[in-house]
Design a protein around this ligand. Structure first.
Ligand code: PBG
Length: 328
C-alpha cells in the first residue's frame, strides 16, 4: 500500500519521533540559574515551622536560616529573596527600618557566614504594619509620597546590613526613583533594583499573606496594585520604572499573566523576572497531594512555560525541590 497516499510533505511529527530528536529541537530550557528562592524569617530560636497552606515552605528564625542557606548553596542555589515578619507590627511599620529589625539582622548574619549568597530583600511595608497595607495610612488611604520617604529609609537600612539587591513590591508611584536616589546619595551605587513593576491585585497571593501575616485589615490593595483586566497599563508601569532606574522588571503573578510577561519582554531590553506566587504553588501542591495531578510534572511544565513566555528570572517556592532533583 502507498504509505503516503495523502502526499503529505510537511510532517512536523518527524521532529518528535524520539527523545533525542526532541531534545535536539527543544527551544527552551529551565536551569537552576533561572531561579530565585524566597525565604521567610521571623524571630525565634531554632525555628523551622511549616506554613500550613504551603507544604515544604517554612518560617525560619535568624539562626536556623543559616543552616538552610548552607544547604541551598550546596544545591547550587546561591540567590534568595528574603521576607521578614516582625513580632511587633505597628501603624508605621517601624521594625522595617530599624537597624536591629528582623531583616537587617538576618541579612547581616547570612552575609557574615556566607558572603557568596546573593541576597535580594523585599522592600514593602505590609509585613510590618498592623493594618497590613503597603504604605503609610492617612485618612484611611495609603499616602503615596509619605510612603516613599519611608521606603528610602528601608532600603538604606537593608543596604547598610549588606543586601545585594532590593525588590520594592508596594506599587507606589515614584518608588523606583526615590529608592535609586536614596541609594546613590548614600553611595550604594552598586546595589541593584528589581522592581515589582507590574504587580496585579491578585487572589493568588492568599497563602503568602498567611505566611507573612500581611492581609489588609480593611479594604484591599486595588488602589495601588493593578487591575487584572489591563495590559497597556502594564507597559506604562514598566516604562516608568525603567526611566526611574529599575535594573530588572518583574511581572507578578506569573501563571495567569504569561501574556504580560511576553509583552513586557518585547518592549524592554532589561532582564524580566516573573514571580511564581504562593497560590500557584499551593494549588499544585494540593492537587498533587490529592493524587489529581502529577505535581512534579506540572511544576516542571509551569516553570518551563514561564521561561518560554519570556522570563529570564523566576522567583519560585519550587526552586529548592527543583534544584534537589536536578542535582540527583
Ligand atoms: C508584598 C508582597 C506580596 C507578595 C510578595 N510581596 C503580597 C501582596 O502584595 O499581598 C506575594 C508573594 C506570593 O504570593 O508568593 N510585600
Amino acid at each position: 500500500m502507498n504509505k503516503n497516499k495523502f502526499n503529505l510533505v510537511l510532517r512536523p511529527r518527524r521532529l518528535r519521533k524520539n527523545n533525542v530528536i526532541r531534545r535536539i529541537v527543544r527551544e527552551n530550557f529551565l536551569a537552576i540559574d533561572d531561579l530565585v528562592y524566597p525565604l521567610f524569617v521571623r524571630n525565634g530560636i531554632k525555628l523551622k515551622s511549616e506554613i500550613s497552606s504551603m507544604p515544604g515552605v517554612y518560617h525560619f528564625s535568624p539562626d536556623s536560616i543559616l543552616k538552610e542557606v548552607e544547604s541551598l548553596l550546596k544545591l547550587g542555589l546561591d540567590r534568595i529573596i528574603l521576607f521578614g515578619i516582625p513580632d511587633e507590627k505597628d501603624k508605621n511599620g517601624m521594625n522595617a527600618i530599624s537597624e536591629s529589625g528582623i531583616i537587617q539582622q538576618t541579612i547581616r548574619d547570612i552575609k557574615s557566614r556566607f558572603p557568596e549568597m546573593f541576597i535580594i530583600s523585599d522592600v514593602c511595608m505590609c509585613e510590618y504594619t498592623n493594618h497590613g497595607h503597603c504604605g503609610i495610612i492617612e485618612n484611611n488611604e495609603v499616602n503615596n509620597d509619605a510612603t516613599l520617604l519611608f521606603l528610602q529609609k528601608q532600603v538604606i537600612s537593608h543596604a547598610e546590613a549588606g543586601v545585594d539587591m532590593v525588590a520594592p513590591s508596594g506599587m507606589m508611584d515614584g518608588m523606583i526613583g526615590a529608592i535609586r536616589k536614596a541609594l546613590d546619595e548614600y553611595n550604594f551605587i552598586d546595589i541593584s533594583i528589581m522592581s515589582y513593576a507590574v504587580k496585579y491585585a491578585s487572589a493568588f497571593y492568599g497563602p503568602f499573606r498567611e505566611a507573612a501575616e500581611s492581609t489588609p485589615q480593611f479594604g484591599d490593595r486595588r488602589q495601588y496594585q493593578m487591575d487584572p483586566g489591563n495590559t497597556r497599563e502594564a507597559i506604562k508601569e514598566a516604562k516608568i520604572d525603567l526611566k526611574e532606574g529599575a535594573d530588572i522588571l518583574m511581572v507578578k503573578p506569573a501563571m495567569a499573566y504569561m501574556d504580560i510577561i511576553q509583552q513586557i519582554k518585547a518592549v524592554s531590553f532589561s532582564p524580566i523576572a516573573a514571580y511564581n506566587v504562593s497560590g500557584e504553588y499551593s494549588m499544585i501542591k494540593a492537587a498533587s497531594q490529592k493524587g489529581w495531578i502529577n505535581g512534579v510534572k506540572v511544576r516542571d511544565e509551569l516553570l518551563l512555560s514561564i521561561k518560554r513566555a519570556g522570563a529570564d528570572i523566576i522567583i519560585s517556592y519550587f526552586a529548592k525541590e527543583y534544584a534537589k532533583e536536578f542535582n540527583n
